[in-house]
Ligand binder design. Sequence first.
Ligand SMILES: Nc1ncnc2c1ncn2[C@@H]1O[C@H](COP(=O)(O)OP(=O)(O)O)[C@@H](O)[C@H]1O
Ligand SMILES: [Mg+2]
Length: 374
Amino acid sequence: MMKTIFPGQTIGIIGGGQLGRMMALAAKEAGFKIAVLEPTMDSPCGQVADIRIVAPYNDETALEELAEVSDVITFEFENIDYDGLKRLTEIAYVPQGAELIKITQDRIQEKITISQSDCPIANYIACQNFNELVQNIEKVGYPCIVKTARGGYDGKGQQTIYSADDLELASPLFEHSACVAEAFVPFTKEISVIVQRNVQGETYCLPIGENIHVNHILHETIVPARINNKTAKLAVEAAEKIADYLQLIGTLAVEMFVLEDGTIVINELAPRPHNSGHYSIEACNISQFHQHIRAICGWPLRKPKLWSPSVMVNILGQHVMPVTNSLSKYPDWSIHLYGKQQAKKNRKMGHVTIMTDDLDHTIKEINDSAIWAE
Ligand SMILES: Nc1ncnc2c1ncn2[C@@H]1O[C@H](COP(=O)(O)OP(=O)(O)O)[C@@H](O)[C@H]1O
Ligand SMILES: [Mg+2]
């Protein structure tokens, strides 16, 4: 079943965070209405939605209510209850399907899928419990990173292991879920490719972003990524291969490591618009959010084009005051704040995008700025 969704019709979004908010803002431009399912009352997406359903993501009655009011349903995060989503696909139009969620919410399934689509990943083992980790760790060696299979984000649910003496540190992770242990990848850069595909099968990738993490949280994305053509080609080919294997509809962000020799290793997938694609709101002829809405609504996709080199920098809780106090100094910065009440440390509160003719200068300006000192 393939449908075209028209302005005036309602897009339902599961999840009320900033990704939902930016999807909603893009959709509202074209005259769509937005319904959001989110357990908190005052959410970033709820603030801009037409209809708010305040309930847990897996609440059956709430999902039925969302189905009732929506002409098409999408999601802004991957940790949705698979069975709930599966049931939803039977009573509502969910073009992205539920399988994409099943795969990307579990690192073990995700790694199997990436391998099956013939793309390189770090050597890894899957472990159901701590004992299995201890028994099999030889197969990956040290250093390695143990990650919970489910529910991790921004480096949460991860433990780096440098030697057998550290193994015990990974034990608490198993209280949460099964884990993977993967070899430490000696990368020179991290990049991401956001690939988007509509119900008709049209596929486009956004320009490749180079991602710099601080304390495991994305700090800035530099576009275009400073990689050679060969690496760029490998990256796009890999993202398209995975999208094709998954018969993707919607958006898939593919995080990758670049090695010294210019080859790539796939790190992880996100089945939704991604923090590293926020630059596209200003810096491209089509943002990842507009393209996502087009994809799920059965509209033709637009071939992405970068207007200008750009840097996107995240505004975490501790950066909100320094950024707002510096507004007058940086008229060229596009400031996005997501409407979250509490500026907790390391919480993603917003981002700035800076389009620039001189990437090196802008990167240096950000590095030297007191705003992001903490
Ligand atoms: N195998 C690895 N080798 C080296 N660094 C890694 C590896 N896995 C993760 N990292 C580092 O940790 C960051 C967060 O890990 P990731 O798997 O992307 O989890 P999250 O879901 O928290 O984004 C990565 O962006 C990278 O900087
Ligand atoms: Mg990641």
